[in-house]
Design a protein around this ligand. Structure first.
Ligand code: DOR
Ligand code: ZN
Length: 371
């Protein structure tokens, strides 16, 4: 982990805009996996982010306090020595989940939020919710507790065109949930459409959304450029260009309802380059560089810090991070593969050159803490 002398940073700040020093960000949606894959990928997230909302779609999924605490311990054990990182755990909703378990986990801090996957919508979602009405008693309890609901916002109905599944989810599910639970805190995760942007903008402050680097950078054509590109396949799938542009506008607008969530989702290469490849884009190694490149292209670098490090904590009611990180406007070539779990994973933007380089955290105890 590179470190920076405070004086050096101050010097380069005077020579802006080559160096960007921002409050340390958090990742409000990530898949850290388990076992050997966890050990291989966790430090990519932890070297950039102070905290991360960790998805519970393991096999079997994380549905109890005991399982969440054990998973959290495995994450901490896999961290590089000295790397400060707080995993924020989530619990996986099933039709039959116990309300008391959710309440106990939230009260003890074992669960930060609840994750709803529509059954069969994506990786390890087979035990997800078959009909949202089945979990209404849980939502009622969560609304009372102020516990956030994180939504994989797509219908799993195979009769609905895959590119329409997010918009149909808004119409069939989300509108109803919001009208039945008007005070429930909801994060519409990894949004991919203009419909979702407009919907979130039109709701109250208790409804927010995360936006991934890949949905800001690619549209659906990218999956088919010169042949099929399995490493650009994720769910929700990338949409038309007009949707990507709407996401860019939302992310860089300064609207506090939109915040950073990478949805980094590693799969070993053999599971991607396959007759039936898994959904998921592994962007953790390039996350901050990718967001910085997008904000720079949009002429909105001054709003990167709020998107990456302020809107999420405000939504969740958590303190802002005290530390800072440094990004430099220096071309950086993304590695083409990433060794993991006896195999390898192909990262997002593999082999491409991005305009920004992530230089590391600054130890703020040397600089005086920020408020
Ligand atoms: O592309 C995705 N990959 N979308 C998800 O919702 C799940 C994730 C995974 O776990 O691989
Ligand atoms: Zn995800």
């Amino acid at each position: 982990m590179p470190t920076f002398e405070p004086e050096l940073v101050a010097e380069s700040r005077r020579d802006a805009p080559q160096t960007l020093v921002i409050r340390q960000p958090d990742d409000w949606h990530v898949h850290l996996r388990d076992g050997a894959m966890l050990s291989a990928v966790v430090n990519e997230t932890a070297r950039q982010f102070a905290r991360a909302i960790v998805m519970p779609n393991l096999d079997p999924p994380v549905t109890t306090v005991v399982a969440a605490e054990a998973y959290r311990a495995r994450i901490l054990a896999a961290l590089a020595p000295g790397l400060a990182f707080s995993p924020l755990m989530t619990v996986y909703l099933t039709d039959s989940i116990n309300r008391g378990e959710i309440e106990r986990g939230f009260a003890s801090g074992a669960f930060t939020a609840v994750k709803l996957y529509p059954a069969h919508a994506t990786t390890n979602a087979a035990q997800g919710v078959t009909d949202v009405r089945r979990i209404y008693p849980v939502l009622e309890r969560m609304q009372r507790l102020g516990m956030p609901l994180l939504l994989h916002g797509e219908v799993a109905d195979q009769h609905v065109d895959i590119f329409d599944r997010e918009a149909v989810f808004i119409d069939r599910v989300l509108t109803k949930v919001i009208s039945d639970f008007p005070a429930l805190k909801i994060v519409f995760e990894h949004i991919t459409t203009e419909d979702a942007v407009c919907f979130v903008e039109s709701t109250g402050p208790h409804v927010g959304a995360t936006i991934t680097p890949h949905h800001l950078m690619i549209n659906r054509n990218a999956m088919f450029e010169g042949g099929i590109r399995p490493h650009l396949y994720c769910l929700p799938v990338a949409k038309r260009e007009r949707h990507r542009l709407a996401l860019r506008r939302a992310a860089t607008s300064g609207n506090p309802k939109f915040f950073l969530g990478t949805d980094s989702a590693p799969h070993a290469v053999g599971n991607k380059e396959s007759a039936c490849g898994c959904a998921g884009i592994f962007n953790a190694p390039v996350a901050l560089e990718a967001y910085a490149t997008v904000f720079d292209e949009e002429g909105a670098l001054e709003r990167l810090e709020a998107f990456a490090a302020e809107h999420g904590p405000s939504f969740y009611g958590m303190p802002l991070n005290a530390g800072s990180i440094v990004l430099e406007r220096t071309p950086w070539q993304v590695p083409s593969t990433f060794a993991a779990a006896g195999s390898h994973v192909v990262p997002f933007q593999a082999g491409a050159t991005l305009d920004w380089t992530y230089k590391g955290r600054i130890d703020d105890t040397k600089r005086g803490r920020r408020d």
